[in-house]
Design a protein around this ligand. Sequence first.
Ligand code: BGC
Length: 653
Amino acid sequence: MTDDEKLNLMAGDDLVGPLRAADDPAFRAGTVHGVARLGIPDLHLVDAGSMGLKQGPNTALAAGLSLAATFDTRAAATAAGVVADEAARRGNDIILGPATDLMRVPQGGRTFESYGEDPLLAARMGVSWIRTVQNAGLMAQVKHFPANNQEANRYGVNAVISQRALREIYLPPFEAAVREAKVATVMCGYNLVNGQPSCSNTALLSTVLRKQWGFDGFVVSDWLAAVKNTDGSLKAGLDLEMPVGAFYTPPLLRASLNKGTVTWSDIDRTLTVRLRTMFSYGMFDRPQRANTGSIDYRAHAVTAQKLAEQGITLLKNNGNVLPLRSGTKVAVIGKAADQFRSGIGSMYVKPVSTITPRQGIAARGGAGAVTYQDGQNLAAAVRTARNAQVAVVVVADARAEDADITCLTLKCAGAKDKTLGDQEKLITEVAKANPNTIVVLQTGGPVLTPWAAKVRGIVQAWYAGGHGGAAIARVLYGDVDPGGRLPVSFPARATDAPAAGNPAHYPGTDDKAVYAEGIFVGYRHYDTRNLTPAFPFGHGLSYTTFKLSNLKATRTTVTATVTNTGKRPGYAVPQLYLGLRAAVGAPQPPRQLKGFSKMLLVPGQSAKVTFSLDARALSYWDQSTQLWKKAPGCTKAVVGTSSRDAALSATIC
Ligand code: BGC
C-alpha cells in the first residue's frame, strides 16, 4: 500500500449515507471505501441492534430491554438471526450492536437499547447475540466501551468509576463479548472514563481490552465527537474514526508522523488488525454484498412477534384478572394503544408493517367486544371504561438517544411526546370507573407506579416492535404465557434509585459523574440499602404456578427442581443468586445473579435445572492487588423467582 492509501483508510469517508432520511433504504451509518487497485473492498457499517436495522423500512423487533426480559439466550440468538439476515441482504459488513452498557440510573435515555442492570444477564444475552451475527458472516460491534451509562451531557461527561465497579459491573458484558464471542469490533464511546476519553483511553483500550482480554479485532470510534485527538487515540489503540475523519485525516496524521509523535508502525498495526479481520470474514473471497432488499419480512414478522411475547412481563395479576376470555367486553384506552412505540435515535427502526395494541386486541377479542378511546377526552375515556367489563389502559414513555428522561412518572415520562399527556391521571380515573383495570406499559425502562394498588393487572410490554400489538393481545388473552422477567428493578420512589439525589453522582457536575455507589447498582443497591422496590429485578408472573425444590449446591454446581403446579403450561425462570462473604474493604451485596434458566413446563411436569459456577462466580475484584480474588469463607446460594424471592437457600463452603 502507498502511504496515501494507508492514511485514507484511517477514517470513514461517506457523509451522504448517514445524512439521508433514516427510512431511505440507502441510508447507512457509515462507509469506509476500500482500495480498488488492491482489491480491498468497501466496509459498510449499519446501525442495528436488538431492535433491528436502521436502513429504510425493516423488521422492527422488540427493544433490547425486552430481549433481556426473555431471560433466554436462545431468544437472543433468534433475534440476532433476523438482524444478521436483513443486514446482509442490505449490503452490510458490520452491525453496530449490541449495546451492552448497563442501566445505572432509571432515567437513562438509551435504557431501551440495553440489556438491563445486571452484568451477567447482559453478558449472556450479548454473547449469544454476537455469536449468531458473526456465525452468519457479519462482524458485530459491541458498544459503547465502556460505561456509557447516561445521555445527559453524553459528549462531555467523565465517568469516575472505581476499578472494582468497572471490573465487576460495567466491563463483564464487554469481557464476555471479547473472550467468549470473539467479537470482531468494539465501539469506544463518547464519554470519558476516569479522566481519559474512551477512544484514547490507554488503560482500557490497550491494557484491558487487548493485553488482558486478548482482543484481536479493531476498535471503531462512536460517531464524530468521540475522538478528541489524533496521537493519543492512535497510541491508545483506536483503529478507525467514524463516520468521517476529524482527527484521523491524512494532513493531521502526516503532521504527527513528521513530528514523530506517531509512527508508521502505529498506522500499520491498526490497518493490520482491520484488514486481517476483514480477511477472516471472507471479505476478500467473495463479491461485496449488495443492498438487494430481498428479505422475507413476513417470516421475520412472525419471529419478531414471538420474541416480543417472550419479553412481555406480567407484573401484577390480582384475582387472576388475566388472561381475558374471548368475548369479554374490553375498553382499550390511551393514545399509546394505537401507536407504534419505539425509542428514538440510532436505534429507531422504521417498521415494515405495524399492528398496534388496539388493532391486536380488537382482532383477538372480536371487533364487537372491543371499544377504543384515545384518552384525550378524559370524560369520554371514563364513560367507555365504565361500559366495559375490563378496561385496558395502554401507556408509554418516550426515551431517546442524546437525552435522559427527566421524570419517571407517567405524568410526564412521555414529556417528549406531546400526544401522551398525563397518563397517570388517565390510569387513576379509569381505575375509579372500572374495577377490572389493566395497565399495559410500553416503556423503555422503569417508571414509577404509584397507581399500582388501584389497578388489578399490570403488563410490561416494553417497546414491543412492529407487531407488538399482536404480541400484547396474545399475552392478554392467554394464547401464550407471559414469558418475561424484569431485567431492571422498578423503584418505589424516584429517591430510592441508585445515584438519586446527588447531582455530583448523576447527572454530574463540572462534566464529572462520580459513580460513588460503586458496585451497588440495580438490585444490588436496593438490597443493600433495604429499600423495597415496586417490582424487583427478575420478577414476572406466569398464568400457572411453580414450585422449586431439591436444592443441591457445591462450589461448581447448583441444581434444583422446578415443577409446574398449576393448570396451564407456562414459563419458569429459576434464578440463582449468590451472597459472597465480605472481605476487609470489599463489602458485598446480599445477592448477585449467577445463573438463570428458562423452560416451558406443562401442568405437573418437573425439570431439573443446573447452574454451573466457575471461579469468577465466587470472586470479587480486589482493589489492593488489582486481581480477582476468591471471597472468604462460605457463600450463600439462593434459588428463586426474582432477586427478592428466596424460595430455596443453601450454604456453599
Ligand atoms: C450512537 C451510536 C451509533 C452511531 C451511528 C451515535 O450517535 O451513539 O450508538 O451507532 O451514532 O449512528
